[in-house]
Design a protein around this ligand. Structure first.
Ligand code: DC
Length: 223
């Protein structure tokens, strides 16, 4: 079974993706972490951000591994753990920038398909283009969304917990900037697949969203 979860940042995709993967014994694939790993590799290489050819080369050479259980995921770049480094504001923006380059997308989409297809029971993938591009034939597609303020609030709380918070205003600004770039890029922009189940999570907690998603999956299996 392939479950696609798309939506803007801070809508709850990774929390819900992990919960579903655990419940249904599926592989959880955080595709944003792959773009982040490429963003980190580009940042470390100190390349000119206009130099697409160099960025593509870095993406192609980057060895990216997502290891461990959904609750304790480790992201490795060229054999070294980078789970924390990829979550900074700077790398969020870098990920969003490199994700605008078609060849980078092509490379990562192929890796995502291979990983999803080879998972013994199937996978839950979270990202921006899972239901539209990576797995257009996914068994079920969810599009999670929420008001920018609600999403920024969640991201800010998460950053506070992890000791990397700056200010709520800055978080909101960063989220708006990234949303704008993710929806307006030419290749695979963030958009709602025609057959996606759309859930606005602004006023819902994770358990409520989880139950709604499970119900949709159950309906599908009974159909
Ligand atoms: O989900 P995230 O915030 O970790 O993703 C980081 C960036 O990567 C996001 O701003 C856009 C990009 N991305 C993408 O273009 N396609 C995906 N499937 C996942 C992420």
């Amino acid at each position: 079974m392939i479950i696609a979860i798309d939506g803007p940042s801070g809508a709850g995709k990774s929390t819900l993706g992990k919960m579903l993967a655990k419940q249904l014994n599926l592989l959880y694939l955080d595709t944003g972490a792959m773009y982040r790993a490429v963003g980190l590799a580009v940042s470390r290489a100190n390349v000119d951000l206009q130099d697409d050819a160099k960025i593509i080369e870095i993406a192609e050479k980057a060895e990216i591994q997502l290891l461990g259980e959904p609750d304790n995921l480790k992201v490795l770049l060229d054999g070294n753990e980078v789970s924390k480094e990829i979550r900074t504001n700077e790398i969020s923006q870098m990920a969003s920038i490199v994700s605008g380059i078609s060849e980078v997308r092509k490379n990562l989409v192929k890796r995502q398909r291979d990983l999803g297809e080879s998972a013994p029971n199937g996978a839950v993938l979270d990202g921006r283009d899972i239901g539209t591009v990576v797995f257009p034939n996914a068994d079920i597609k969810f599009f999670l969304t929420a008001k920018p303020e609600a999403r920024a609030e969640r991201r800010y709380e998460e950053d506070l917990e992890k000791g990397r918070a700056e200010s709520f205003e800055k978080t909101l600004k960063e989220i708006n900037k990234r949303d704008e770039r993710d929806v307006s890029r030419e290749d695979s922009p963030l958009k709602i697949a025609d057959d996606a189940v759309v859930i606005d999570t602004s006023e819902m907690n994770a358990t409520e969203v989880f139950e709604k998603m499970l119900e949709e999956i159950k309906n599908l299996q009974e159909a």
